[in-house]
Write a protein that binds this ligand. Sequence first.
Ligand code: MAN
Length: 529
Amino acid sequence: MKCILALSMLCLVSGAVVKAAEVLRPRGVALSKASFYDPTRDFNCLDGSGTIPFTYVNDDYCDCQDGSDEPGTSACPNGFFHCTNVGHSPLNIPSSRVNDGVCDCCDASDEYASVSNCVDTCRELGRAAREEAAKQQEERLKGFQMRQSMIEEGRKRKKEAEVKMDELKKEKEEAEAMRNEKEEIKKIAEEPEKEALEKYNTIEQERKAKAEEEQKAKEDAEAREAFSHLDNDGDGILTVAELQSRQTFDTNRDGEVTAEEAKFYLRQEESMDLETFLVSGWPMMRPTYKMDQRMFVPPTTEAPAEALTPPPVPGSEGKDEGDMEDDDVIEDYDIPEDDDVEDIPKEEEEEEVEQKYDEETQKLVDAANKAREDFDEADRRVRDLTRELRSLEETQEKDYGPEEEFRVMDGNCYEYTDREYTYRLCPFDKAIQKPKSGHGEIRLGQWGEWTGPEDYKYSRMKYTNGQTCWNGPARSADVHIYCGVDTKLTGVTEPNRCEYLFEMTTPAVCTKPDDVSGDESTPHGHTEL
Ligand code: MAN
Protein backbone atom coordinates (compact mmCIF):
# COMPACT_ATOMS: atom_id res chain seq x y z
CA MET A 1 0.00 0.00 0.00
CA LYS A 2 1.19 3.49 -0.78
CA CYS A 3 2.25 5.94 1.85
CA ILE A 4 -0.24 8.64 2.36
CA LEU A 5 1.07 12.10 1.69
CA ALA A 6 1.31 13.33 5.27
CA LEU A 7 3.54 10.43 6.16
CA SER A 8 5.67 10.47 3.04
CA MET A 9 8.60 12.09 4.84
CA LEU A 10 8.54 9.46 7.51
CA CYS A 11 8.30 6.83 4.81
CA LEU A 12 11.47 8.10 3.31
CA VAL A 13 13.26 8.22 6.63
CA SER A 14 12.15 4.88 7.93
CA GLY A 15 12.42 3.19 4.57
CA ALA A 16 15.96 4.41 4.04
CA VAL A 17 18.59 1.77 3.97
CA VAL A 18 21.02 1.86 6.83
CA LYS A 19 24.64 1.06 6.78
CA ALA A 20 25.76 -1.66 9.17
CA ALA A 21 28.65 -4.06 8.93
CA GLU A 22 29.15 -2.64 5.47
CA VAL A 23 26.06 -4.26 4.07
CA LEU A 24 23.22 -1.90 3.31
CA ARG A 25 19.84 -3.06 4.53
CA PRO A 26 16.63 -1.56 5.88
CA ARG A 27 16.43 -0.68 9.56
CA GLY A 28 15.79 -3.66 11.82
CA VAL A 29 16.92 -6.29 9.32
CA ALA A 30 19.44 -8.90 10.36
CA LEU A 31 22.53 -9.31 8.23
CA SER A 32 21.49 -12.87 7.47
CA LYS A 33 18.26 -11.60 5.89
CA ALA A 34 19.73 -8.58 4.06
CA SER A 35 19.57 -10.32 0.67
CA PHE A 36 15.76 -10.47 0.86
CA TYR A 37 15.59 -6.70 1.01
CA ASP A 38 16.87 -5.53 -2.40
CA PRO A 39 15.92 -1.85 -2.99
CA THR A 40 16.09 -2.39 -6.76
CA ARG A 41 13.21 -4.91 -6.69
CA ASP A 42 9.76 -5.34 -5.29
CA PHE A 43 9.74 -6.93 -1.86
CA ASN A 44 8.34 -10.43 -1.43
CA CYS A 45 6.85 -10.94 2.03
CA LEU A 46 9.08 -13.57 3.66
CA ASP A 47 6.11 -15.87 4.30
CA GLY A 48 5.06 -15.54 0.64
CA SER A 49 1.85 -13.75 1.60
CA GLY A 50 2.35 -10.99 -1.01
CA THR A 51 4.63 -8.78 -3.05
CA ILE A 52 4.87 -5.03 -2.49
CA PRO A 53 6.93 -2.19 -3.94
CA PHE A 54 10.18 -1.82 -2.03
CA THR A 55 9.12 1.64 -0.91
CA TYR A 56 6.47 -0.03 1.26
CA VAL A 57 9.18 -1.58 3.41
CA ASN A 58 9.33 0.20 6.75
CA ASP A 59 6.64 2.65 5.68
CA ASP A 60 5.02 2.19 9.09
CA TYR A 61 2.15 0.28 7.52
CA CYS A 62 1.85 -3.45 7.87
CA ASP A 63 1.46 -5.12 4.48
CA CYS A 64 2.80 -8.66 5.03
CA GLN A 65 1.03 -11.16 7.26
CA ASP A 66 4.33 -12.12 8.91
CA GLY A 67 5.28 -8.49 9.50
CA SER A 68 8.42 -8.90 7.41
CA ASP A 69 7.81 -5.63 5.54
CA GLU A 70 8.12 -3.60 8.76
CA PRO A 71 11.31 -4.81 10.46
CA GLY A 72 12.22 -1.32 11.57
CA THR A 73 8.85 -0.02 12.82
CA SER A 74 6.24 -1.14 15.30
CA ALA A 75 3.54 -1.28 12.62
CA CYS A 76 3.22 -5.09 12.56
CA PRO A 77 2.20 -6.78 15.83
CA ASN A 78 4.08 -9.96 14.95
CA GLY A 79 7.22 -8.48 13.45
CA PHE A 80 10.75 -8.54 14.77
CA PHE A 81 13.31 -5.79 15.03
CA HIS A 82 16.94 -6.74 14.80
CA CYS A 83 19.55 -4.77 16.74
CA THR A 84 23.04 -5.16 15.43
CA ASN A 85 24.56 -4.16 18.77
CA VAL A 86 28.04 -3.67 17.43
CA GLY A 87 30.52 -4.48 20.17
CA HIS A 88 28.09 -6.87 21.85
CA SER A 89 25.66 -9.58 20.74
CA PRO A 90 22.97 -8.95 18.12
CA LEU A 91 19.41 -9.25 19.35
CA ASN A 92 15.90 -9.70 17.93
CA ILE A 93 13.14 -7.96 19.81
CA PRO A 94 9.39 -7.90 19.10
CA SER A 95 8.80 -4.93 16.81
CA SER A 96 6.17 -3.65 19.23
CA ARG A 97 9.08 -2.47 21.37
CA VAL A 98 10.43 -0.17 18.69
CA ASN A 99 10.23 3.44 19.79
CA ASP A 100 8.30 2.53 22.92
CA GLY A 101 10.53 4.64 25.11
CA VAL A 102 12.36 1.65 26.60
CA CYS A 103 15.95 0.95 25.66
CA ASP A 104 15.93 -2.67 24.56
CA CYS A 105 18.96 -2.70 22.32
CA CYS A 106 22.30 -1.72 23.83
CA ASP A 107 23.11 0.22 20.64
CA ALA A 108 19.90 2.28 21.18
CA SER A 109 18.80 1.50 17.61
CA ASP A 110 15.28 0.47 18.70
CA GLU A 111 14.57 3.97 19.99
CA TYR A 112 15.65 5.98 16.92
CA ALA A 113 12.56 8.21 16.93
CA SER A 114 11.64 8.28 20.58
CA VAL A 115 12.36 10.92 23.15
CA SER A 116 14.15 8.47 25.44
CA ASN A 117 17.80 9.20 25.82
CA CYS A 118 19.08 5.77 24.96
CA VAL A 119 22.82 5.66 24.48
CA ASP A 120 25.02 2.99 22.93
CA THR A 121 26.40 0.88 25.79
CA CYS A 122 27.26 -2.14 23.66
CA ARG A 123 31.01 -1.79 23.94
CA GLU A 124 31.01 -1.78 27.74
CA LEU A 125 28.41 -4.47 28.02
CA GLY A 126 30.20 -6.48 25.36
CA ARG A 127 33.47 -6.24 27.22
CA ALA A 128 31.87 -7.37 30.49
CA ALA A 129 30.04 -10.17 28.71
CA ARG A 130 33.22 -11.29 26.99
CA GLU A 131 35.06 -11.26 30.28
CA GLU A 132 32.29 -13.31 31.86
CA ALA A 133 32.24 -15.68 28.90
CA ALA A 134 36.02 -16.07 29.08
CA LYS A 135 35.72 -16.84 32.76
CA GLN A 136 33.06 -19.39 32.02
CA GLN A 137 35.13 -20.92 29.29
CA GLU A 138 38.03 -21.15 31.68
CA GLU A 139 35.87 -22.79 34.32
CA ARG A 140 34.41 -25.10 31.77
CA LEU A 141 37.88 -26.04 30.62
CA LYS A 142 38.80 -26.70 34.21
CA GLY A 143 35.66 -28.81 34.58
CA PHE A 144 36.47 -30.65 31.40
CA GLN A 145 39.97 -31.39 32.64
CA MET A 146 38.53 -32.61 35.92
CA ARG A 147 36.18 -34.79 33.95
CA GLN A 148 39.22 -36.39 32.36
CA SER A 149 40.52 -37.28 35.82
CA MET A 150 37.11 -38.65 36.73
CA ILE A 151 37.20 -40.79 33.62
CA GLU A 152 40.67 -42.05 34.44
CA GLU A 153 39.70 -42.80 38.02
CA GLY A 154 36.45 -44.43 36.91
CA ARG A 155 38.24 -46.67 34.45
CA LYS A 156 40.84 -47.54 37.04
CA ARG A 157 38.15 -48.53 39.50
CA LYS A 158 36.38 -50.56 36.88
CA LYS A 159 39.59 -52.45 36.17
CA GLU A 160 40.21 -52.95 39.87
CA ALA A 161 36.71 -54.25 40.32
CA GLU A 162 37.23 -56.69 37.46
CA VAL A 163 40.47 -57.93 38.99
CA LYS A 164 38.80 -58.20 42.37
CA MET A 165 35.94 -60.14 40.84
CA ASP A 166 38.32 -62.60 39.23
CA GLU A 167 40.07 -63.03 42.55
CA LEU A 168 36.80 -63.53 44.34
CA LYS A 169 35.62 -66.07 41.81
CA LYS A 170 38.80 -68.04 42.34
CA GLU A 171 38.54 -67.74 46.09
CA LYS A 172 34.93 -68.82 45.92
CA GLU A 173 35.82 -71.91 43.89
CA GLU A 174 38.47 -72.80 46.45
CA ALA A 175 36.09 -72.12 49.29
CA GLU A 176 33.47 -74.32 47.68
CA ALA A 177 35.95 -77.14 47.30
CA MET A 178 36.90 -76.69 50.94
CA ARG A 179 33.27 -76.69 51.99
CA ASN A 180 32.61 -79.91 50.06
CA GLU A 181 35.62 -81.48 51.71
CA LYS A 182 34.43 -80.39 55.15
CA GLU A 183 30.98 -81.65 54.35
CA GLU A 184 32.42 -85.09 53.57
CA ILE A 185 34.41 -85.06 56.79
CA LYS A 186 31.30 -84.04 58.67
CA LYS A 187 29.31 -86.91 57.18
CA ILE A 188 32.07 -89.33 58.04
CA ALA A 189 32.20 -88.05 61.61
CA GLU A 190 28.45 -87.99 62.05
CA GLU A 191 27.87 -91.59 61.10
CA PRO A 192 29.68 -93.23 64.05
CA GLU A 193 28.28 -90.48 66.26
CA LYS A 194 24.76 -91.38 65.22
CA GLU A 195 25.37 -95.06 65.82
CA ALA A 196 26.99 -94.41 69.18
CA LEU A 197 24.17 -92.11 70.23
CA GLU A 198 21.57 -94.66 69.28
CA LYS A 199 23.44 -97.29 71.23
CA TYR A 200 24.02 -94.89 74.04
CA ASN A 201 20.36 -94.00 74.19
CA THR A 202 19.40 -97.66 74.43
CA ILE A 203 21.87 -98.20 77.24
CA GLU A 204 20.72 -95.04 78.87
CA GLN A 205 17.12 -96.09 78.73
CA GLU A 206 18.03 -99.40 80.24
CA ARG A 207 19.99 -97.67 82.95
CA LYS A 208 17.07 -95.43 83.77
CA ALA A 209 14.66 -98.35 83.86
CA LYS A 210 16.99 -100.15 86.24
CA ALA A 211 17.34 -97.07 88.42
CA GLU A 212 13.60 -96.73 88.57
CA GLU A 213 13.25 -100.33 89.57
CA GLU A 214 15.82 -99.88 92.28
CA GLN A 215 14.07 -96.80 93.52
CA LYS A 216 10.79 -98.67 93.66
CA ALA A 217 12.42 -101.50 95.61
CA LYS A 218 13.91 -98.97 97.97
CA GLU A 219 10.57 -97.36 98.55
CA ASP A 220 8.95 -100.73 99.06
CA ALA A 221 11.56 -101.63 101.66
CA GLU A 222 11.02 -98.29 103.32
CA ALA A 223 7.27 -98.90 103.49
CA ARG A 224 7.74 -102.36 104.93
CA GLU A 225 10.14 -101.01 107.51
CA ALA A 226 7.67 -98.31 108.49
CA PHE A 227 4.94 -100.92 108.75
CA SER A 228 6.91 -103.11 111.11
CA HIS A 229 7.89 -100.02 113.07
CA LEU A 230 4.27 -99.00 113.55
CA ASP A 231 3.05 -102.56 114.10
CA ASN A 232 3.83 -102.52 117.79
CA ASP A 233 2.85 -106.09 118.46
CA GLY A 234 4.32 -107.38 115.20
CA ASP A 235 1.12 -109.25 114.23
CA GLY A 236 1.17 -107.99 110.65
CA ILE A 237 -1.88 -105.77 111.21
CA LEU A 238 -1.91 -102.07 111.99
CA THR A 239 -4.62 -101.13 114.41
CA VAL A 240 -6.25 -97.92 115.58
CA ALA A 241 -4.64 -98.38 118.98
CA GLU A 242 -1.21 -98.77 117.48
CA LEU A 243 -1.54 -95.54 115.58
CA GLN A 244 -3.00 -93.81 118.62
CA SER A 245 0.21 -94.61 120.42
CA ARG A 246 2.08 -92.39 117.95
CA GLN A 247 2.01 -88.64 118.59
CA THR A 248 2.76 -88.20 114.90
CA PHE A 249 -0.85 -88.79 114.02
CA ASP A 250 -2.21 -86.07 116.32
CA THR A 251 -3.49 -84.10 113.35
CA ASN A 252 -5.13 -81.28 115.29
CA ARG A 253 -2.24 -81.07 117.75
CA ASP A 254 -4.33 -81.17 120.84
CA GLY A 255 -1.92 -83.54 122.57
CA GLU A 256 -4.02 -86.61 121.97
CA VAL A 257 -4.35 -88.96 118.98
CA THR A 258 -8.02 -89.73 118.80
CA ALA A 259 -9.49 -92.83 117.23
CA GLU A 260 -10.79 -90.62 114.37
CA GLU A 261 -7.33 -89.26 113.73
CA ALA A 262 -5.90 -92.77 113.70
CA LYS A 263 -8.68 -94.09 111.48
CA PHE A 264 -8.02 -91.36 108.98
CA TYR A 265 -4.72 -93.09 108.18
CA LEU A 266 -6.38 -96.48 108.12
CA ARG A 267 -8.85 -95.31 105.49
CA GLN A 268 -11.64 -95.30 108.08
CA GLU A 269 -11.04 -98.96 108.90
CA GLU A 270 -10.28 -100.44 112.29
CA SER A 271 -7.12 -102.06 111.00
CA MET A 272 -4.95 -102.50 107.93
CA ASP A 273 -2.87 -105.39 106.68
CA LEU A 274 0.52 -105.04 105.00
CA GLU A 275 -0.84 -105.42 101.44
CA THR A 276 -3.38 -102.62 101.86
CA PHE A 277 -0.77 -100.55 103.67
CA LEU A 278 1.66 -100.83 100.77
CA VAL A 279 -0.96 -99.89 98.18
CA SER A 280 -2.95 -97.14 99.87
CA GLY A 281 -2.06 -96.65 103.51
CA TRP A 282 1.59 -95.80 103.11
CA PRO A 283 1.24 -93.24 100.31
CA MET A 284 -1.11 -91.31 102.59
CA MET A 285 0.88 -91.76 105.73
CA ARG A 286 4.33 -91.34 104.28
CA PRO A 287 4.65 -87.54 104.46
CA THR A 288 3.56 -87.43 108.08
CA TYR A 289 5.65 -90.40 109.00
CA LYS A 290 8.75 -89.16 107.21
CA MET A 291 8.41 -85.75 108.77
CA ASP A 292 8.20 -87.37 112.13
CA GLN A 293 11.27 -89.45 111.40
CA ARG A 294 13.24 -86.44 110.33
CA MET A 295 12.22 -84.39 113.30
CA PHE A 296 13.82 -86.84 115.58
CA VAL A 297 17.12 -86.88 113.78
CA PRO A 298 19.30 -84.56 115.82
CA PRO A 299 20.61 -81.83 113.58
CA THR A 300 24.34 -82.07 112.99
CA THR A 301 24.93 -78.54 111.76
CA GLU A 302 23.16 -75.28 112.42
CA ALA A 303 21.90 -74.93 108.90
CA PRO A 304 19.59 -77.95 108.85
CA ALA A 305 18.31 -76.97 112.32
CA GLU A 306 17.38 -73.62 110.91
CA ALA A 307 15.89 -75.22 107.89
CA LEU A 308 13.62 -77.16 110.14
CA THR A 309 12.31 -74.17 112.04
CA PRO A 310 8.61 -74.68 111.57
CA PRO A 311 6.31 -72.00 110.26
CA PRO A 312 3.78 -70.72 112.80
CA VAL A 313 0.76 -72.95 112.95
CA PRO A 314 -2.64 -71.36 113.38
CA GLY A 315 -3.87 -72.15 116.82
CA SER A 316 -0.45 -72.29 118.39
CA GLU A 317 -0.47 -68.56 119.20
CA GLY A 318 -1.07 -69.17 122.87
CA LYS A 319 2.27 -70.86 123.20
CA ASP A 320 5.17 -68.81 124.33
CA GLU A 321 8.32 -69.62 122.40
CA GLY A 322 10.29 -69.64 125.60
CA ASP A 323 8.09 -72.33 127.06
CA MET A 324 8.50 -74.64 124.16
CA GLU A 325 9.96 -78.03 124.55
CA ASP A 326 11.77 -79.91 121.87
CA ASP A 327 8.72 -81.96 121.10
CA ASP A 328 6.64 -78.84 120.64
CA VAL A 329 8.77 -77.86 117.72
CA ILE A 330 8.02 -81.15 116.06
CA GLU A 331 4.36 -81.06 116.85
CA ASP A 332 3.98 -77.53 115.52
CA TYR A 333 4.74 -78.58 111.95
CA ASP A 334 2.00 -78.57 109.39
CA ILE A 335 1.46 -81.91 107.82
CA PRO A 336 3.08 -81.59 104.42
CA GLU A 337 0.61 -81.86 101.60
CA ASP A 338 2.91 -83.66 99.24
CA ASP A 339 5.52 -86.27 99.71
CA ASP A 340 8.39 -83.99 98.89
CA VAL A 341 9.74 -83.94 102.38
CA GLU A 342 12.95 -85.29 101.02
CA ASP A 343 13.67 -82.60 98.51
CA ILE A 344 15.92 -83.79 95.75
CA PRO A 345 19.21 -82.11 96.49
CA LYS A 346 20.16 -79.44 93.94
CA GLU A 347 23.42 -81.12 93.05
CA GLU A 348 21.62 -84.20 91.94
CA GLU A 349 19.40 -82.15 89.63
CA GLU A 350 22.39 -80.44 88.06
CA GLU A 351 24.10 -83.72 87.62
CA GLU A 352 21.11 -84.90 85.65
CA VAL A 353 21.27 -81.88 83.34
CA GLU A 354 24.98 -82.02 82.84
CA GLN A 355 25.00 -85.70 82.39
CA LYS A 356 27.75 -86.63 79.98
CA TYR A 357 28.01 -89.47 77.57
CA ASP A 358 30.36 -92.27 78.26
CA GLU A 359 33.90 -91.51 77.27
CA GLU A 360 33.77 -93.32 73.96
CA THR A 361 30.50 -91.69 72.89
CA GLN A 362 31.69 -88.30 74.07
CA LYS A 363 34.78 -88.59 71.90
CA LEU A 364 32.64 -89.30 68.86
CA VAL A 365 30.27 -86.43 69.70
CA ASP A 366 33.23 -84.07 70.15
CA ALA A 367 34.74 -85.16 66.85
CA ALA A 368 31.39 -84.70 65.07
CA ASN A 369 30.91 -81.29 66.72
CA LYS A 370 34.32 -80.22 65.53
CA ALA A 371 33.55 -81.47 62.01
CA ARG A 372 30.23 -79.59 62.09
CA GLU A 373 31.94 -76.38 63.24
CA ASP A 374 34.56 -76.73 60.52
CA PHE A 375 31.88 -77.27 57.92
CA ASP A 376 29.85 -74.31 59.18
CA GLU A 377 32.89 -72.08 58.97
CA ALA A 378 33.69 -73.25 55.43
CA ASP A 379 30.06 -72.80 54.45
CA ARG A 380 29.98 -69.31 55.94
CA ARG A 381 33.04 -68.38 53.93
CA VAL A 382 31.38 -69.52 50.71
CA ARG A 383 28.29 -67.49 51.55
CA ASP A 384 30.35 -64.39 52.43
CA LEU A 385 32.26 -64.63 49.17
CA THR A 386 29.06 -65.16 47.21
CA ARG A 387 27.55 -62.07 48.77
CA GLU A 388 30.65 -59.98 48.10
CA LEU A 389 30.79 -61.19 44.53
CA ARG A 390 27.12 -60.45 43.96
CA SER A 391 27.47 -56.91 45.27
CA LEU A 392 30.48 -56.37 43.01
CA GLU A 393 28.60 -57.79 40.05
CA GLU A 394 25.74 -55.40 40.75
CA THR A 395 28.21 -52.51 40.77
CA GLN A 396 29.72 -53.67 37.50
CA GLU A 397 26.30 -53.80 35.92
CA LYS A 398 25.58 -50.16 36.73
CA ASP A 399 25.86 -47.60 33.93
CA TYR A 400 28.49 -45.10 35.04
CA GLY A 401 28.38 -43.12 31.80
CA PRO A 402 29.95 -43.68 28.39
CA GLU A 403 33.43 -43.15 29.78
CA GLU A 404 32.95 -44.33 33.37
CA GLU A 405 33.00 -40.67 34.37
CA PHE A 406 30.28 -41.07 37.01
CA ARG A 407 31.73 -44.15 38.71
CA VAL A 408 33.71 -42.10 41.24
CA MET A 409 30.45 -40.73 42.63
CA ASP A 410 29.26 -44.17 43.68
CA GLY A 411 29.93 -44.49 47.38
CA ASN A 412 29.78 -40.74 48.02
CA CYS A 413 26.80 -38.79 49.30
CA TYR A 414 25.99 -35.12 48.75
CA GLU A 415 23.80 -32.94 50.93
CA TYR A 416 21.67 -29.86 50.49
CA THR A 417 19.80 -28.14 53.29
CA ASP A 418 16.83 -25.83 52.92
CA ARG A 419 14.54 -24.35 55.56
CA GLU A 420 12.83 -27.59 56.48
CA TYR A 421 14.94 -30.49 55.32
CA THR A 422 18.38 -31.80 54.67
CA TYR A 423 18.41 -33.76 51.44
CA ARG A 424 21.03 -36.38 50.76
CA LEU A 425 21.83 -37.89 47.42
CA CYS A 426 24.03 -40.95 47.28
CA PRO A 427 24.41 -41.40 43.54
CA PHE A 428 23.65 -44.88 42.20
CA ASP A 429 22.20 -45.75 45.58
CA LYS A 430 19.45 -43.60 47.09
CA ALA A 431 17.94 -40.20 47.78
CA ILE A 432 16.94 -39.24 51.31
CA GLN A 433 15.02 -36.42 52.99
CA LYS A 434 15.71 -35.69 56.64
CA PRO A 435 13.45 -33.23 58.46
CA LYS A 436 15.36 -30.65 60.48
CA SER A 437 12.83 -31.24 63.24
CA GLY A 438 14.76 -34.40 64.05
CA HIS A 439 12.18 -36.88 62.81
CA GLY A 440 13.34 -39.96 60.99
CA GLU A 441 14.71 -40.05 57.48
CA ILE A 442 12.32 -40.38 54.58
CA ARG A 443 13.45 -42.46 51.62
CA LEU A 444 12.76 -40.52 48.46
CA GLY A 445 13.90 -43.25 46.11
CA GLN A 446 16.45 -45.81 45.09
CA TRP A 447 18.70 -45.59 42.09
CA GLY A 448 16.68 -46.25 38.99
CA GLU A 449 18.07 -45.14 35.64
CA TRP A 450 19.39 -42.39 33.41
CA THR A 451 16.53 -40.37 32.00
CA GLY A 452 18.09 -37.52 30.05
CA PRO A 453 17.04 -36.80 26.45
CA GLU A 454 18.32 -39.07 23.72
CA ASP A 455 21.22 -36.83 22.74
CA TYR A 456 22.49 -36.73 26.31
CA LYS A 457 20.78 -39.15 28.56
CA TYR A 458 23.46 -38.73 31.24
CA SER A 459 22.09 -35.34 32.21
CA ARG A 460 19.26 -36.72 34.36
CA MET A 461 18.94 -39.43 36.92
CA LYS A 462 15.80 -41.01 38.31
CA TYR A 463 15.40 -42.44 41.79
CA THR A 464 12.20 -44.41 42.32
CA ASN A 465 10.26 -46.49 44.83
CA GLY A 466 10.69 -44.20 47.79
CA GLN A 467 8.45 -44.21 50.83
CA THR A 468 4.81 -44.05 49.91
CA CYS A 469 3.29 -40.63 50.21
CA TRP A 470 0.31 -40.37 52.52
CA ASN A 471 -2.69 -41.02 50.31
CA GLY A 472 -0.45 -40.84 47.30
CA PRO A 473 2.20 -42.53 45.19
CA ALA A 474 5.65 -43.70 46.20
CA ARG A 475 8.08 -40.81 46.46
CA SER A 476 10.55 -40.34 43.63
CA ALA A 477 13.34 -37.95 42.73
CA ASP A 478 14.73 -36.55 39.49
CA VAL A 479 18.28 -35.30 39.42
CA HIS A 480 19.23 -32.70 36.82
CA ILE A 481 22.95 -32.55 36.26
CA TYR A 482 24.88 -29.51 35.06
CA CYS A 483 28.50 -28.78 34.37
CA GLY A 484 30.39 -27.37 37.34
CA VAL A 485 33.84 -27.67 38.81
CA ASP A 486 32.46 -29.11 42.04
CA THR A 487 30.33 -32.19 42.41
CA LYS A 488 27.59 -30.86 44.65
CA LEU A 489 23.88 -30.33 45.05
CA THR A 490 22.86 -26.78 44.20
CA GLY A 491 19.17 -27.06 45.02
CA VAL A 492 16.30 -29.36 45.85
CA THR A 493 12.62 -28.62 45.29
CA GLU A 494 9.36 -30.53 45.39
CA PRO A 495 7.59 -29.36 42.21
CA ASN A 496 4.77 -31.85 42.77
CA ARG A 497 3.83 -33.42 46.07
CA CYS A 498 6.28 -36.24 46.80
CA GLU A 499 8.11 -35.69 43.50
CA TYR A 500 11.48 -34.13 44.14
CA LEU A 501 13.88 -32.33 41.87
CA PHE A 502 17.55 -32.33 42.77
CA GLU A 503 19.89 -30.03 40.92
CA MET A 504 23.49 -30.99 40.86
CA THR A 505 26.73 -29.83 39.30
CA THR A 506 29.67 -32.01 38.47
CA PRO A 507 32.65 -31.92 36.12
CA ALA A 508 31.44 -35.28 34.81
CA VAL A 509 29.16 -33.50 32.34
CA CYS A 510 31.53 -30.68 31.32
CA THR A 511 32.23 -30.76 27.59
CA LYS A 512 35.30 -29.38 25.92
CA PRO A 513 34.77 -25.58 25.74
CA ASP A 514 35.25 -25.43 21.94
CA ASP A 515 32.45 -27.91 21.54
CA VAL A 516 30.05 -25.87 23.57
CA SER A 517 27.38 -24.55 21.26
CA GLY A 518 26.07 -22.05 23.75
CA ASP A 519 22.61 -23.35 23.03
CA GLU A 520 21.01 -23.29 26.43
CA SER A 521 18.37 -25.78 25.41
CA THR A 522 20.75 -28.73 25.31
CA PRO A 523 21.31 -30.04 28.81
CA HIS A 524 25.06 -30.30 28.64
CA GLY A 525 25.29 -26.83 27.12
CA HIS A 526 23.62 -25.49 30.23
CA THR A 527 26.09 -24.61 32.88
CA GLU A 528 25.74 -23.46 36.42
CA LEU A 529 29.17 -21.90 36.49
C1 MAN B 1 6.59 -35.22 54.26
C2 MAN B 1 7.66 -34.78 53.30
C3 MAN B 1 7.13 -33.81 52.29
C4 MAN B 1 5.89 -34.37 51.64
C5 MAN B 1 4.89 -34.81 52.67
C6 MAN B 1 3.69 -35.49 52.02
O1 MAN B 1 6.24 -34.17 55.07
O2 MAN B 1 8.15 -35.90 52.67
O3 MAN B 1 8.11 -33.52 51.33
O4 MAN B 1 5.28 -33.43 50.77
O5 MAN B 1 5.48 -35.70 53.56
O6 MAN B 1 2.77 -35.88 52.95
